[in-house]
Design a protein around this ligand. Structure first.
Ligand code: HEC
Ligand code: HEC
Length: 220
């Protein structure tokens, strides 16, 4: 699976690289700053898949938290110091993240630019990926989601308001890599999410993750 991930990411980069412009100048507009992101995250921030998440319609705080974790290579003390020094970042929560490319990309942006970019994408609409899902598995996943995930990923995982990303409509490969990173401990999750993941696994075994992913994939 790891090799697939590298391949998928490389494909993304080959497509993405042609869009990458030189480091944006101080005071550049939100649009100019965000253009660099579209090569990989898709026109309008809607990903053409499969290993890259759609970032439009996510909350500002979620995008900022992700960019800071990438930029500072998961140095929690450093990120917490930045959050503490800026009243606007008060509600940003640090979680360590795995990264193939974002660690390098995020270093090209100042905190002020990251805030500008985050607002830009948060204001754009989310659009679910056009993909097929297994109806039976999605139904089983819906029940698991309701019991274990809905509390923090509201409206079937489609709400951005809980600052926990947007799950409904993301590409299956991205969700698979992400769930594998959580399971291996390479990516941090909130303690309560970890507990719910374990309970979902206890209830439905290895099929729990598959069914949950099909449930998210089934929503457009
Ligand atoms: C070369 C391709 C590429 C470019 C350019 C790129 N990204 Fe990413 N982005 C990715 C990939 C792949 C991931 C998944 C994490 C990883 O592997 O690094 C990701 C993950 C993210 C995430 C986490 C989303 C989630 O669901 O948790 C955010 C936020 C993000 N990128 C924002 C941006 C912004 C903002 C820009 C422009 C400043 C940008 N990206 C430019 C490929 C790219
Ligand atoms: C206690 C609240 C909570 C619960 C319960 C919870 N989550 Fe999360 N989840 C979060 C938060 C907060 C994040 C963002 C972490 C970060 O920024 O890296 C997240 C992130 C995620 C992501 C990554 C999104 C992305 O775009 O990369 C996935 C996938 C996910 N959760 C799936 C689940 C599933 C499946 C369940 C139920 C089994 C669940 N979560 C239960 C709070 C929760």
């Amino acid at each position: 699976m790891f090799n697939h991930r590298i391949l998928a990411t490389l494909l993304t980069i080959v497509v993405g690289i042609s869009f990458i412009s030189p480091a944006a100048a101080e005071g550049a507009s939100a649009e100019m700053l965000s253009n660099t992101c579209l090569g990989c995250h898709g026109p309008g921030g809607i990903s053409a898949g499969p290993a890259t998440p759609t970032i439009s319609g996510m909350s500002e705080l979620y995008i900022i938290a992700a960019m800071l974790a990438y930029k500072y290579d998961n140095d929690e003390d450093k990120v917490d110091a930045i959050i503490e020094a800026d009243a606007e970042l008060e509600d940003v929560e640090f979680f360590a993240r795995t990264s193939t490319v974002m660690n390098r990309i995020s270093k090209g942006y100042s905190e002020a630019e990251i805030k500008t970019i985050a607002k830009h994408f948060a204001d754009l609409p989310f659009e679910g990926a056009n993909q097929n899902a297994d109806a039976g598995q999605a139904k089983a996943g819906a029940a698991l989601h309701e019991t274990h995930c809905e509390k923090c990923h509201e409206d079937g995982g489609s709400s951005a308001e809980d600052d926990a990303g947007v799950l409904a409509g993301q590409w299956v490969p991205y969700l698979e890599y992400t769930m594998a990173d959580f399971a291996s401990g390479d990516r941090d999750m909130p303690k309560k999410m970890k507990k719910q993941m374990e309970e979902a696994h206890a209830a439905s075994g290895d099929e729990a993750v598959r069914d949950l992913i099909q449930f998210y994939a089934n929503q457009k």
